[in-house]
Design a protein around this ligand. Sequence first.
Ligand SMILES: Nc1ncnc2c1ncn2[C@@H]1O[C@H](COP(=O)(O)OP(=O)(O)OP(=O)(O)O)[C@@H](O)[C@H]1O
Ligand SMILES: [Mg+2]
Length: 370
Amino acid sequence: MTTLKAFNASDRHGRQRNEEAWRLYRATMLQMMVSLIGTGFIGLLTGAGTSAAIGIGSVKMAGGAATMADLLLILLLVGECFRPLLLLDRYWHVGYMGIAASTTIHRLLDAQPEVRSPAGAVRAIPGVTRPAVRFQHVHFSYNASERPALVDLSFSIDPGERVALVGRSGAGKSTVVALLLRFFDPQHGAITLDERDLREYDLESLRRMVAVVSQDTYLFYGTIADNLRLARPDATQAELEAAAQAANIHAFIADLPQGYETIVGERGMRLSGGERQRIAIARALLKDAPILILDEATSSVDAANEALIQEALERLTAGRTTLIIAHRLSTVIHADRIIVLEAGRVVESGTHDELTTHHGAYVQLVAAQT
Ligand SMILES: Nc1ncnc2c1ncn2[C@@H]1O[C@H](COP(=O)(O)OP(=O)(O)OP(=O)(O)O)[C@@H](O)[C@H]1O
Ligand SMILES: [Mg+2]
């Protein structure tokens, strides 16, 4: 609604909806007309048939060839004779509506997920499976016809290492995250976790290894506590508060009249962008997974909050395998290694100091921001 109003588009949009409503009205009327013609025709036929039977029966009775009982019998049988025709008419239309509906439903039910756990899948176990991630010559495109999002991409993240992924918008950073969570499989190459292909792992256990704060945070309709517990349904109140404290959102939540039981609305409508993002960070921290991915996790957070969260994250990411994606380069300076992506390829990699010594893509990105 706010977008429509801001662009003065409510009237235009209203007219479109209005036209659609009229289209539906006309289609419904046409359908009813066809249905009524059918019913009328059948009604006429059965009526005429019944009349004819009674007429002939009456003439026969007048001539003495039939009795009153015969005429009654004819009357009863006529009804039975025409019943299939009446039923055919009734179910014909219902049947066509059913076919139309079931075609759509079946298309959904018959859809095969492209990503599935293999038979005899290996379970990834936090604490046992080493959080070592390796991309090996990964090639991926969302659509066969489109420019690939990742091209021959190779890099690795060692257990406990903090790696930053930087690059222009559209370089493929979020795609790396999607592949790591196995929302898609690469067309060529392989991604491994602890030297084993992601495709060999049980999907659920694989995703338990990774906590992610994604670029577009989604909060569900429900309380703040519900949204936090999405990460860990059995978390205690103390654990919720510890995670919120680390994400620097505890004081804000505690100040709300209903505290952790405050309803946030669909998509977290009743919160500001920065508050939403900090709840998402708390949620990821609560999951306490060996691999932490922060995709633009602090982009909507103000500088003061960012510094505090950064500090908390630094504490929390110590010893944890972390992938940080950020446009604001101030947040990636302290990473163990920075990987620069360009059009789905790694063009540079090294520490901030190493990368600033030679004039490459990283220096250009830094220059653009300062
Ligand atoms: N769901 C999708 N379907 C088709 N193409 C997509 C999809 N998501 C991303 N792309 C395309 O893949 C490329 C890489 O996108 P990606 O989201 O990984 O970029 P990014 O580096 O995260 O950018 P940003 O910094 O703006 O978030 C882009 O060209 C984008 O248009
Ligand atoms: Mg992105």
